[in-house]
Design a protein around this ligand. Structure first.
Ligand code: NAD
Length: 244
């Protein structure tokens, strides 16, 4: 029997990068997996795609209700949808601050709020939030993004406390620089993307970027019954960035 057989999972932002790698891994381990994304039309079998924008509360509720109905329940929610933002406090406009918090923080709040009634009915309920090493690393030029991810980490701890007696575990993973389409898009903005990629890799203690599959493996662990006593933690998957 595969580790996640019989469990029903939802991955937000699951059409790309870390979310897609996670959705695939959860499915490979036996879970029934739904993906919620802005455009899930290219999501491969056996994943099921649901279209929703996590900044739209009504869309999120409709999609989560449809997932729970189609899969006949919900055990695992991976809150992964997120956007980047570059800049200092002086550079970021109010609109940019609102936008990054709306997607990265409120997106998780909306999805969790819609999913909690279903998770309460599960015997193996787990929420995993995709946070970032930016929450604690003090990275330059990332004030908006880092503040949003700091909020995600605090939200994870608070939710773990609120829901532990209901049998719902809440943890986060904190990736370092992970090789996803997002990072590819950032590198493509450089004058010489290949040289920029080499420089970025050289800056990593590990000498390379973290892979989306490595982050997915940590998420799958936190979501699994093997982690039944693990809640309120932040698991760094950062190639040694933290503390170095
Ligand atoms: P990605 O851009 O490859 O994928 C993000 C997915 O989220 C996309 O499919 C996108 O359509 C979806 N999404 C974005 N806004 C959405 C919205 N409003 N509603 C629904 N879906 C939405 O990015 P990724 O690198 O895989 O990042 C995934 C998560 O990992 C994010 O939360 C990000 O902050 C976090 N993270 C990434 C890195 C990295 O280096 N790649 C590092 C640390 C944390």
């Amino acid at each position: 029997v595969r580790e996640l057989s019989g469990l029903k999972a939802l991955v937000t932002g699951g059409a790309s990068g870390i979310g897609l790698a996670t959705a695939r891994l959860l499915a490979a381990r036996g879970a029934d997996v739904a993906v919620l994304d802005l455009d899930p039309s290219a999501v491969p079998e056996p994943l099921r795609g649901y279209r929703a924008d996590v900044t739209d509360d009504a869309m999120v509720r409709t999609a989560v209700d449809a997932v729970a109905s189609d899969l006949a329940g919900l055990d695992i929610v991976v809150n992964n949808a997120g956007i980047g933002a570059v800049g200092t406090v002086e550079e970021g406009t109010d609109d940019q601050w609102h936008r990054v918090f709306d997607v990265n923080v409120m997106g998780m709040v909306r999805t969790s709020r819609a999913a909690l009634p279903y998770l309460r009915a599960s015997a193996h309920a787990a929420l995993v939030h995709v946070c970032s090493i930016a929450a604690t690393a003090g990275l330059p030029q990332r004030a908006l993004y880092s503040a949003s991810k700091g909020a995600v980490q605090s939200l994870t701890l608070a939710m773990a406390a609120d829901h532990i007696r209901e049998g719902i575990r809440v943890n986060c993973v904190n990736p370092g620089t992970a090789d996803t389409p997002w990072v590819g898009r950032l590198l493509d903005q450089a004058a010489d993307p290949a040289a920029e990629r080499a420089a970025l890799q050289a800056r990593q203690p590990l000498g390379r970027l973290v892979s989306a599959g490595e982050v997915a493996a940590a998420i799958a662990y936190l979501a699994s019954p093997a982690a039944a006593s693990v809640t309120g933690t932040a698991l760094a998957v950062d190639g040694g960035m933290q503390g170095l």
